[in-house]
Design a protein around this ligand. Sequence first.
Ligand code: SF4
Length: 440
Amino acid sequence: MKKVYFETYGCQMNKYDSELVAGILKSSGYEETHEAAESDLILINTCSVREHAETRVFGRLDALRALKSQRPELIIGVLGCMAVRLKETISERKPFVNFTVGPDNYRALPEILSKLGRNGSDGSLSLADVDNYEVYGELFPAHSDGVSAWVAVMRGCNNFCSYCIVPYVRGRERSRRISDIINEVKKLAALNYREIILLGQNVNSYQDGGADFADLIRKVADVDGIERVRFATSHPKDLSIKLIKAIAEHPIICKHIHLPVQSGSDKILKQMNRNYSRRHYLELVQTIREQISDVGLYTDIIVGFPGENEHDYQNTVDLVKNVEFDGSFIFKYSPREGTAATKFTETVSETEKVERLKNLNKIQDQITLKRNLALIGKTVTILVEGPSKKAKPNQYMGRTETNKIVVFNSQKPPKNGFVDVTIIDAKSHTLFGSLVHNKN
Ligand code: SF4
């Protein structure tokens, strides 16, 4: 078999797509390697959401050129959003890249590779058309090893938030059929995956016939062998009471919601084209907390959006303090060419953006720590993912159903599965637990 090496940048959808491509290439005689130096094919799956991610990819391609100079037969391909947005730039600036293929064109990869095989690798091929019907419905990705698997339920987005490139590079919103999703989940259960994470840019818009996302998630949670189901990401304008009730009622659906707020200022939310108000968001949070006890609530925030003055920023700070999220992913605004927001005049200096970012991160860290400290003494069930990242001997890590990371000691490696731990210490990013008993 030939060897393919992947490098994946950006969001979870891209990671899922790399698994999807690995599945497609398996049937064309490629197996995955984790060593670029021993590969026949290098695929860089790219992200266009932030300029920084694109710059990193260009730098990385320069580094890979050395491998190609040593082995001219090595094939290098660029996948993902940059293949759509920057295909001409890639072919001009990096002529050694053999092909660029966009997120909706992965079925064509075997054909592209066989063309390159026939014609030699002397020219660059590009196939990066947005296809508003492609959902890769029946395909089974080569999921990475572990206890959790991501499963895409829809692709694309119709929301056109003014700062976001996704609708332009990933096309309009379309849903995969329930039957295809359930088939994938059943296969994953048979392969001993315990947790399924349903994935879409806005899962709340999911539709298959008369079924919506709340119907879908209940069906996934009912698959034998699956013991946890979670999802990402929700749009505050679309998160339904029906879905909140499904999370509250079904024991397999995790009490964990990622609900990007982006700003606490109505003026900025309008500029961002988010289509909800601060008040709507706060009422939604109240409903969620009333219906789902001990829910883990996470958000995304952008600071320094064009027009964000000190008052707008303080509204965001106030919202963060008011809601007390379990965690926030906070970014400073950077314009993406091709989005509506590039027409807005930037009013916040880079220094001020950095200051707002640092300050808000500090506030969120204090809140997260407070919420984590409140868990000390409680016993929680965690799904063990493996050795802890810092890899101290006999130390393992897993996640609570609210998506908090817990590190604990165990003499024997726990079989991948569930254990109960009592929380004995807490930092802002990690909880520390003492093993109660192994559920396996
Ligand atoms: S909901 Fe907005 S931010 Fe999210 S993918 Fe769609 S356009 Fe982008």
